[in-house]
Design a binder for this molecule. Structure first.
Ligand code: 5RP
Length: 228
């Protein structure tokens, strides 16, 4: 099976965890797109009733087009379950997210969720995180100063650009700087703390001690790993 087929498989499988009347956090990305399609199918064919809480403009657009009712995170008291993709997951369930640039809203929605599931194909599993470029969302004003600090620290930063060579701008109007750390991150908690302390850094893509369950699409079937 190719990577896309594995993503579809886990997207469909994850939708089975959703029950009637749940408030469901909807992540962002190509794997979540399959989840959204399957939720829409269940709403139509099985009369499933849910409220979605979106993590990006792209997800909102997709969900609305398929008739999935949405509320913002401030319109709900809590989220029953959030299902999202991930870019890298270590053996001890630490993750890097933000490949699609939606890390801030993804982290906010996950933070208010009673259960948090990641859906990935098997290529996302690693021993230690750090090979995938670590995204950092930064305020536009002063972004080049942050870039210089990160460069001096030896973190190999790169501004994220769109295909047309303009800066990539997040749904919140910020820039993304990706850190090409090359080596595995020795202490993700320390790095996360260091990044958060920098003035102008809004959020980073280290999702530490957050996930409950990982659903993995493999060529030999679906694998489910529980972190808690
Ligand atoms: C977006 C994300 C995505 O969940 C992550 O990039 C995985 O995406 P995909 O399912 O397309 O591989 O964090 O900000």
């Amino acid at each position: 099976m190719n990577q896309d087929a594995l993503k579809k498989q886990v997207g469909i499988e994850a939708a089975r965890h959703i029950k009637n009347d749940m408030i469901v956090g909807l992540g962002t990305g190509s794997t979540v797109a399959y989840l959204i399609d399957e939720i829409a199918r269940r709403i139509k064919e099985e009369k499933l009733t849910i409220t979605g809480v979106s993590t990006s403009n792209a997800t909102s657009k997709h969900a609305k087009k398929l008739g999935i009712p949405l509320k913002t995170i401030d319109e709900v008291d809590f989220v029953d379950l959030t299902i999202d993709g991930a870019d890298e997951i270590s053996a001890d369930f630490q993750g890097i997210k933000g490949g699609g640039g939606a890390l801030l809203f993804e982290k906010i929605v996950a933070n208010y969720s009673r259960k948090y599931i990641w859906i990935v194909d098997e290529s996302k599993l690693v021993d230690k995180i750090g090979n995938f470029p670590l995204p950092i969302e930064v305020v536009v004003y002063g972004a080049k100063q942050i870039y210089k600090i990160l460069e001096n620290k030896g973190y190999h930063p790169q501004f994220r650009y769109k295909k047309n060579k303009n800066f990539f701008v997040t749904d919140n109007g910020n820039f993304i700087i990706d850190l090409h750390l090359i080596d595995p991150i020795k202490d993700p908690t320390a790095l996360g703390g260091e990044l958060k302390k920098m003035v102008g850094v809004i959020e980073h893509g280290l999702f530490l001690n957050m996930v409950d369950t990982v659903i993995i699409g493999t060529n030999t079937g679906i694998q489910v790993l529980n972190a808690t």
